[in-house]
Design a protein around this ligand. Structure first.
Ligand code: ARG
Ligand code: GLU
Length: 724
């Protein structure tokens, strides 16, 4: 099995081991990403743990619930409203992609940061949106009538999707808002979300990377942490306070709810909540599928990304231009890479597969005796057989995705497919050339952030992995080329990058400008197109339809499986897997303490950050002005005991998408912004263990200090409602 070095101390292992007997009871305690509209089911427990406000304050349908202060930020993060003028707080890494689009070598916001001095200076972010959830309703009864549990998915989906479209329309007409219906519990329930999406979003504050990504990938997914992972945006609305496209005359949006900020601090044991949009969890997964995560998808992806990241890093540190091109891409690729390593370790240390197996044994025992619903008996055996059947297909697919399509030139070979189609169209030469030129211009987004020399080095590393690991299943073209270059991938790479039209946009444009119908061979002979289309053909012939059929079957079986589980434990309140809809998690501030209190205590301070600083390592360079403030201990009103709290951990159940989520105290006041999980517990997407799983929160006082003292943007603090 793939293994990575990262210590898990003996003591920690013992702790985990000793507590495993009681894990199921504890994990029932805090595990869960709850639908706000059902949060009342958790009221008793939340009050026991410390909740002090009426549960209705968290969510209600009269517009006064705190749900109105939480937004889906962009397409995969969370943000929170913190002023009556539409100020939105989220993570630095959630704003990163938008900010990359605003800057260039002269205006390098990653190096200098950005702090607007007034509203006029705020920068529009084209394409960025924020979405509010006004209300949620269970519409299962409207979606599912007349549909039997065992109806296969294809038939079921075609009926359901029509119904959903109709019901969404009804809600839109009735409410004047947008409406989206999504499946929950793998399709045993359906909920509608009534939403409002704003499109004029402007950048307000963005600390330099020396603060916002401090610690970089070394600290990513780990605790202790010193990253000032925040950024600030503002929502603009039209004169009626309604969503509108960007317009210079738009006004700051006046939300009906925003969070009060509490700067009194917190201590270990204090109650916390995380309110946001968790993306995907798979808590009810069977041992069979978990085995595929564990044995196929995680290790194959990690093995491909390690060399890809090493190549990118080398080129990025040699050239600032390449740094700017690759920084956002790199962060995304590195993020999964490290999470999966933590996941593998956590699954192993937790004996996750064995635990699921034991659970399945109990389920089967129950199902065998259950005569009311005979099909429960066959679910697990079917899942077992179905997963085994596709192991080899999934392995190939994963290698293609990570090794072959990890090479950008091959991935972009798809674009040449569109070129090729034009040659077959009924165009005059002039029309043909025009169309090709347009297609080339459409690829600005790609070329803007592409460097062929870097990519060529990636080719040299990734191609040998694919050739070796997928030997029995290679496309003939790959084998032929490999042998033509005597298995020397370096030579092969040189040939590909010297001969492809795709390596620069200029080259492609020059081709487009002169292209006539006689030139179609140039596309067909292009190595980028050859590499792409041959691997696409293999997928089409051998993989895609079988894998899709497996997924559909698995989805069907899992829907019945979760239904069976709910039938089996009628008294238990289940929460649905995360699906990028609004949820609440709750827990307590709690250290992660394998090695003693200092290292794994429950919070870090600016002193720890300065101590971690290192001038020689990019990710650990402390910005000079921050150092100056530190030396003067000029922390303003945000200090306690002459230091600044920076980050803390708690045992809230969170996942990707919860980035930027408001972290609240027992009174529903903002104490920080969620931005990560600890390495030890990233397996919580499959198995939540409160002894290992920790969400990481940036302390709001550090954020306010950076805005006011470092960024000189105290005018923003005046907008906020601060509780001292
Ligand atoms: N791990 C965090 C999340 O899943 C932060 C990612 C951004 N930071 C980074 N160094 N890549 O999104
Ligand atoms: N950084 C993650 C995000 O972007 C949150 C951490 C997690 O996965 O828990 O959503």
């Amino acid at each position: 099995m793939f293994s990575v070095k990262k210590h898990t101390s003996l003591l920690f292992k013992l702790l985990i081991f000793c507590s495993s007997a009681s894990i199921s009871t504890i994990s029932q305690a805090k595990e869960g990403v709850w639908i706000p509209a059902t949060i009342k089911t958790q009221e008793k427990h939340m009050k026991e743990l410390g909740l002090e406000i009426p549960i209705e304050k968290l969510y209600n349908e009269s517009g006064t619930g705190l749900n109105n202060a939480v937004v889906l930020f962009g397409r995969g993060c969370t943000g929170e409203l913190i002023s009556s003028k539409g100020l939105v707080l989220t993570n630095h890494h959630c704003g990163y992609g938008s900010v990359q689009g605003l800057g260039n070598l002269q205006r390098d916001y990653f190096a200098t940061g950005f702090f607007a001095k007034n509203q006029q200076e705020e920068v529009p972010c084209p394409g960025l949106t924020v979405t509010f959830v006004r209300r949620m309703e269970n519409v299962t009864e409207k979606v599912l009538p007349g549909i039997s549990d065992t109806m296969r998915d294809a038939e079921r989906d075609s009926i359901i999707s029509k119904r959903i479209a109709g019901i969404e329309r009804e809600y839109e007409i009735k409410t004047g808002y947008d409406a989206q219906i999504k499946p929950y519990f793998e399709g045993n329930q359906y909920w509608v979300a009534i939403t409002e999406t704003f499109k004029d979003i402007r950048l307000v504050a963005f600390p330099p990377n020396g603060i916002g990504t401090f610690g970089g990938d070394d600290e990513n997914w780990s605790w202790p942490r010193h990253t000032g992972d925040f950024s600030l945006f503002r929502v603009y609305a039209d004169k009626d306070n309604k969503p509108a496209a960007y317009d210079a005359n738009n006004k700051p949006y006046n939300p009906n709810q925003f969070f009060n900020i509490n700067i009194k601090g917190y201590k270990e044991g204090d109650f916390t909540m995380v309110y946001g949009f968790p993306g995907t969890t798979n808590e009810y997964i069977s041992s069979f599928e978990l085995n595929q995560v564990y044995g196929i998808s995680d290790p194959v992806s990690i093995a491909a990304r390690t060399p890809r990241l090493a190549v990118w890093t080398k080129h990025m540190s040699a050239d600032r231009d390449i740094f700017q091109k690759y920084t956002s891409k790199r962060a995304g690729v590195a993020n999964g890479w490290k999470k999966w390593q933590g996941e593998l370790e956590g699954l192993e240390a937790n004996h996750a597969v064995d635990k699921k197996k034991e659970f399945e044994r109990q389920f089967q025992e129950w199902a065998d005796k259950n005569n009311e619903t005979p099909y429960y008996k066959t679910i697990l055996p079917q899942l077992d057989a179905a997963t085994k059947e596709v192991d080899n297909l999934l392995l190939q697919e994963q290698h293609i995705k990570e090794d072959v399509l990890g090479i950008e030139l091959i991935q972009q070979g798809a674009a040449l497919d569109r070129f090729e189609a034009c040659f077959r169209g009924n165009f005059t030469d002039a029309e043909l050339s025009d169309t090709l030129k347009k297609l080339t211009t459409n690829m600005n987004w790609f070329y803007k952030n592409y460097d062929a020399a870097t990519d060529k080095d990636v080719f040299k590393k990734l191609m040998p992995i694919y050739m070796k690991k997928c030997k029995p299943w290679l496309p003939a073209y790959y084998t032929a080329e490999y042998h033509r270059f005597h298995k020397r991938t370096k030579k092969w790479a040189r040939y590909v990058y010297e001969n492809s039209l795709m390596t620069t946009q200029d080259k492609l444009m020059a081709f487009a400008a002169k292209a006539t119908k006689a030139d179609s061979n140039s596309i067909i002979n292009d190595p980028s197109w050859q590499l792409y289309s041959n691997v696409a053909a293999i997928r089409k012939q051998n993989l895609t339809s079988k894998i899709e059929a497996f997924r559909a079957n698995k989805h069907y079986l899992n829907r019945l499986y979760i239904k069976g589980r709910m039938d089996r434990e009628r008294d238990k309140v289940f929460y649905p897997n995360a699906n990028l809809t609004l949820r609440i998690a709750y827990g307590n501030v709690r250290g992660l303490d394998p090695d003693g209190p200092a290292k794994y205590s429950w919070h870090t301070t600016i002193d720890d950050m300065i101590a971690a600083g290192d001038e020689k390592v990019d990710w650990f360079k402390v910005p000079p002005y921050l150092k100056e403030l530190y030396q003067k201990r000029d922390f303003g009103r945000w200090a306690v005991n002459d230091t600044l709290s920076l980050a803390f951990i708690a045992d809230n159940h969170t996942t990707g998408g919860n980035s930027g989520s408001p972290v609240l105290n027992s009174r529903g006041e903002l104490i920080g912004t969620n931005f990560d999980r600890a390495y030890e517990g990233t397996m919580s997407d499959y198995l939540f263990d409160p002894n290992r799983c920790r969400n990481i929160t940036l302390d709001i006082r550090y954020t306010l200090f950076v805005i006011e003292k470092f960024g000189g943007a105290g005018w923003l603090i005046d907008e906020m409602n601060i509780i001292k």
